[in-house]
Design a binder for this molecule. Structure first.
Ligand code: ADP
Length: 500
């Protein structure tokens, strides 16, 4: 079965969040499961520079389309098949220097504002995905096109237009990694997309008189997935539906949740070259070395008995970290410390940096994005904090589990699916893996912190919880089997072709 995987980020080349980790983890796992997978991404500099071109594939055709309009008016756009270092999956790179040859964040300019031509940039990605789905590369025609987030949301729309015009099309799966980022554009943009006129409407891309690329994916894909079962349920109702819950409810029979995995080649304390000393469940004393190194690196007093709380996160309202300054007094008074790595909201950055002055030696903050520090915070902390308002899956709590760093999370989305609270019953049953609280309030967060301090007074119990978490495996092989089952539902005839 041939799978075209359309996305806009790929670890370690280009990453703004968990989407990049998924694009690095899932395609190789699908390949290992017998699928013939190729990725399609825009040739952003971070991808174009290390890529080795294997073969020129095609220039993107202009109009007219089978449905009578011109194809999207794109600058010169070409597709090449390439390989990337240490990636065992071939990549179609969409080359269009005027659209993609810009440094830094793929979506935002240097001032943190959306690039003004994002609609054209990601319409081109959608059009490329759809035309590859239609056999643009005659050597490789996919059975399924799997699209990720709003950036690839137009692929199913274009493919539906091809299907309506009587052309054979591949199956489509659209994965929502974060419903809050929707790819919304002024309605005038619609006429540049080259879609049939009637696609702008309540049953199409229209979203309160704007054009929504996310809605296009949800509306036109045959199946919709999210990255955890709980988030798949949550987005069906108003608080988390971001205005799309009505449509999602209509299509609920096509919505499912599949948990993300962890790549053990990147996140495994027993082989992590970024740590001062590797460790596993049988050598947890070496985790103390990581803790001391973290304390020193963050300017924290190197006290072995301090309970260190770690954070590795984008600093956005989604992550619930505005609660942190409100609980730092108690955290520090009880002998705790905070080591935080993150960037995002300027006012949250300021508040956190101010806390380092208020609690010298007890609160350490690094503003920025740094992979090495991320590993060291996860390994060197005792507890990893993820108090999110909403969380489609969440990866940092999964890394925490693997590293014997107990996650302290809000019961929401993928956090609810992956962390088992340290209630007396769960401790007794040997299933507890962390601390879970209900409401997004300083009060509930404070209570959960207290429970972490209390458990830390019982080292035997703490260690048992660490070992339970470290033994869990959230692997990409399991996720790949679940996606494969979904693809096979859509294209049973391609089932016998697996591996070809
Ligand atoms: P989201 O995708 O919403 O940002 P996830 O938990 O799914 O949240 O994934 C976040 C990913 O980004 C993780 O791999 C995490 O380690 C990484 N990350 C987040 N912030 C930083 C940072 N400041 N520096 C390095 N890595 C970060």
């Amino acid at each position: 079965m041939r799978i075209l995987y359309v996305c806009s980020e790929l670890y370690p080349f280009l990453k703004t969040g968990g989407l990049a980790d998924v694009s690095a983890g899932l395609p190789p796992a699908l390949k290992a499961a017998g699928c013939d997978v190729r990725l399609l991404l825009p040739a952003f500099p971070a991808l174009a520079h290390p890529a080795l071109t294997q073969r020129w594939v095609a220039a993107l055709p202009g109009g007219p389309t089978p449905w009578g309009t011109a194809a999207p008016a794109l600058p010169a756009v070409e597709i090449a098949l390439a390989s990337l270092p240490d990636l065992d999956v071939a990549v179609y790179l969409l080359r269009a220097p005027t659209l993609y040859d810009r440094p830094g964040n793929p979506y935002l300019d240097a001032d943190g504002k959306d690039w003004g031509d994002n609609a054209q940039r990601f319409a081109a990605l959608g059009w490329a995905g759809a035309t590859l789905g239609q056999g643009l590369d005659p050597d490789w025609v996919p059975d399924v096109v799997h699209c990720h987030d709003w950036h690839a949301g137009l692929v199913p729309a274009y493919l539906r237009a091809f299907a309506d015009a009587g052309q054979p099309t591949p199956a489509t799966v659209f994965s929502i990694h974060n419903l809050a980022y929707q790819g919304l554009f002024p309605r005038g943009v619609f006429h540049q997309l080259g879609l049939p006129e009637h696609f702008f409407g309540i049953d199409g891309l229209e979203f309160f008189d704007q054009v929504s690329f996310m809605k296009a994916g949800i509306q036109f894909a045959e199946r919709i997935t999210t990255v955890s079962p709980t988030y798949a349920r949550e987005i069906l109702s108003e608080p988390q539906g971001c205005g799309l819950d009505g449509l999602l409810r209509e299509r609920a029979h096509r919505v499912s949740g599949i948990l993300n995995g962890v790549d053990p080649l990147v996140w495994d304390p027993s082989g992590d070259a970024l740590l001062p000393m590797t460790y596993d469940a049988d050598s947890l004393q070496n985790k103390a070395v990581a803790k001391r190194a973290l304390q020193l690196a963050y300017g924290l007093e190197p006290r072995a008995d301090a309970l260190v709380f770690g954070v590795v996160s984008r600093l956005t309202t989604q992550k619930g970290l505005h609660l942190l300054p409100q609980v730092l007094d108690e955290l520090v008074q009880r002998g705790g410390q905070l080591a935080l790595l993150g960037q995002g909201s300027a006012c949250l950055e300021e508040a956190l940096v101010a806390a380092t002055r208020q609690y010298p030696g007890q609160v350490g903050v690094r503003i920025g994005y740094d992979e090495t520090t991320a590993h060291r915070v996860v390994a060197g902390s005792d507890v990893i904090l993820v108090p999110s308002e909403f969380e489609p899956c969440g990866l940092t709590q999964l890394y925490g589990l693997r590293y014997g760093t107990l996650p302290l999370v809000r019961r929401v989305g993928g956090l609810a699916d992956t962390v088992v609270d340290c209630t007396p019953e769960n401790l007794q049953a040997g299933t507890a893996t962390g601390f879970v609280f209900e409401h997004l309030s300083a009060h509930d967060l404070r209570n959960a912190l207290q429970r972490a301090f209390d458990l830390s007074q019982r080292p035997g119990d703490w260690r048992a919880v660490q070992c339970t978490g470290m033994a869990l495996r959230f692997d990409w092989a399991t996720a790949a089997q679940n996606y494969l089952a979904l693809y096979c539902l859509l294209r049973p005839c391609a089932l016998t072709e697996i591996g070809k």
